[in-house]
Write a protein that binds this ligand. Structure first.
Ligand SMILES: Cc1cc2nc3c(=O)[nH]c(=O)nc-3n(C[C@H](O)[C@H](O)[C@H](O)COP(=O)(O)OP(=O)(O)OC[C@H]3O[C@@H](n4cnc5c(N)ncnc54)[C@H](O)[C@@H]3O)c2cc1C
Length: 503
């Protein structure tokens, strides 16, 4: 399908939004100006991490994202920085170790986006998660963090669990443990990584979709559709990185084979489920979480095979009922219903496919979260799988391979040591819980963080859509500010509100 056919609303006479102080037309001009070392396709967490590393090592980096930055899985996760206690029980020790180290690294480079997250894990007789095993598991978990977990784990006796978690199911309760992971804000982690990449010189453009790419003698000619102007761009790059997550199979030249599984999350008021820490809730072999998020609690997730549209993934009634059922089972007095749900999101896990029969493929929750970097053709790199938590490492490994391919030596990776952004740059604009709305903030999102549409701000820059009970009113006010800042007409403003309500 030609790029232009998917254009999402033209800019017409509107004032151009700018990305990190570079206007959109300057961004496009810079991409076309001279060949890039690498064109990264996908503005999710992996694309952002690769762009940051490449730019910091002196490469001429461009990145295109078909929708908004963080539109895909990277704004629809459980927001945990974690090794994955569950993956330990599946024997994925290498993955748990890698991710455990990385959660500490993210805490170091982006403390505003990595709060220590204590978890309480109550254990039950006959549940498949015996207390002795869970006690051993959390000690191993701390050990795999190189002794530097975000807090120490400890055992809890039955009475302590009952006192600590008011309303928790007591039937069959044997005790539990308390251990630490990290809590982040996934979309903000993408945006701040991109801000960092832009500061290092990366050229970043959202609403720009790669439609085709053809190999030339020493480079790739890439056809990119500017979704705002309808223009076709021809970008030349020595290498292309396919970092398109769930879309990875759809790119020309891709060798990726994915298994997509859907996961949903619900947001409820914390007064309806007043948990002091995050809670690990088990049902059969599935594990669901209740994660405190300021005045709210995030509940999730599901893990079911998915075959629908990649561009419009939603929580359906069955998903919502399943999550509420598990929570009501774990906290019988809470009696949560669908009226309690303030917000919800649904996303796809881009897992690497294995096997062809149902038995070989196994259950969705048992599929490895590992990543794979391949070069099926000279200069074309496919990145598949991975986790939010391991994004920096995946960026490092990708750029190592790319430097080798480009025969560029010398520059060492600095992404584990350099702060993502300075504390004063994060102040008031970025954090785990949404900041209060203000015109100044909206101006910042539009001028320095590539926000183009109302939903870019409401869902991904600020997250008010999921957090605020008055999100409709907030959206009205934000639309009015964006109209002033970006020069929208009354009709544009109305169209933006309509688009936001459908998102
Ligand atoms: C329910 C759920 C819970 C999760 N929880 C956690 C967790 O707690 N912790 C954790 O570490 N990980 C978690 N993950 C995993 C993590 O979210 C993903 O592995 C990660 O976000 C994938 O990032 P990505 O950059 O590969 O993909 P994405 O974020 O999907 O980014 C790919 C981007 O490519 C763009 N794109 C596609 N095609 C094109 C094209 N032709 N041109 C330009 N752009 C294109 C898309 O629009 C998209 O924005 C979770 C995932 C899900 C779904």
């Amino acid at each position: 399908m030609p790029c232009g056919e998917r254009s999402i609303g033209k800019m017409d006479n509107r004032v151009e939004p700018t990305g990190s102080r570079r206007s959109r037309s300057d961004t496009i001009a810079a991409m076309l100006d001279s060949p890039l070392d690498v064109l990264i396709v996908g503005g999710g967490i992996l694309g952002a991490g690769i762009a940051r590393d490449g730019a910091m090592r002196g490469l001429r980096v461009g990145l295109v994202e078909q929708y908004d930055m963080a539109f895909g899985s990277s704004s629809r996760s459980s927001r945990m920085l974690h090794g994955g206690l569950r993956y330990l029980s599946q024997g994925h020790l290498k993955l748990v170790r890698e991710a455990s180290i990385e959660k500490g690294v993210i805490h170091h480079i982006a403390p505003h986006l990595a709060d220590p997250l204590p978890f309480v894990f109550p254990t039950y007789r006959g549940s498949g998660w015996p207390l002795w095993q869970v006690r051993f598991g959390v000690k191993l978990y701390d050990f795999l963090c190189g002794g530097r977990n975000l807090g120490p784990s400890r055992s809890m006796c039955r009475d302590e669990i009952v006192e600590y978690l008011p309303g928790v199911k007591t039937e069959g309760l044997t005790g539990g443990v308390r251990y630490f992971d990290g809590l982040t804000n996934d979309a903000r982690l993408v945006i701040d990584t991109l801000r960092s990449a832009a500061q290092a010189g990366a050229i970043l453009c959202n609403y720009a979709r790669l439609c085709n790419a053809s190999p030339q003698r020493n480079s790739w000619q890439c056809e990119v559709g500017d979704e705002l102007s309808g223009q076709q761009l021809r970008i030349s790059a020595r290498a292309v990185v396919n970092a398109t997550g769930p879309w990875a199979e759809t790119l020309p030249h891709s060798s990726v084979k994915l298994r997509l599984t859907k996961g949903i999350h619900l947001v409820v008021d914390r007064r309806r489920l007043p948990v002091p820490d995050a809670v690990f809730m088990t049902i059969a072999e599935r594990a669901l979480f209740a994660i405190p998020w300021g005045e709210r609690v995030i509940l999730g997730s599901t893990d079911t095979d998915y075959e629908g549209s990649l561009d419009d993934v939603r929580a359906d009634g069955d998903d919502v009922a399943y999550v509420l059922d598990v929570v009501n089972g774990a906290f019988p007095d809470s009696r949560l219903g669908s009226d309690d749900v303030i917000g919800s999101w649904a996303g796809l896990r881009p897992l690497i496919a294995s096997g062809s029969t149902a038995a070989e493929k196994g259950k969705p929750s048992n599929v490895s979260r590992a990543h794979k970097i391949t070069m099926p053709q000279p200069g074309w790199f496919d990145i598949a799988g991975g986790k939010l938590t391991t994004y920096r490492l995946i960026g490092q490994q990708t750029i190592d391979r790319l430097m080798h391919y480009l025969d560029r030596k010398g520059a060492k990776c600095g992404t584990a040591a350099e702060p993502l952004i300075r504390p004063e740059e994060a102040q008031g604009t970025s954090g785990i819980v949404p900041p209060p709305p203000s015109r100044q903030l909206i101006e910042h999102f539009c001028k320095a963080e590539w926000a183009v549409h109302l939903d870019d701000v409401m869902l991904r820059r600020a997250g008010w859509h999921y957090y605020r009970t008055d999100s409709d009113q907030v959206a009205g006010q934000v639309a009015a500010w964006m109209a002033e800042i970006l020069g929208w007409s009354a009709a544009d403003e109305e169209a933006e509100l309509g688009r936001y309500r459908r998102s």
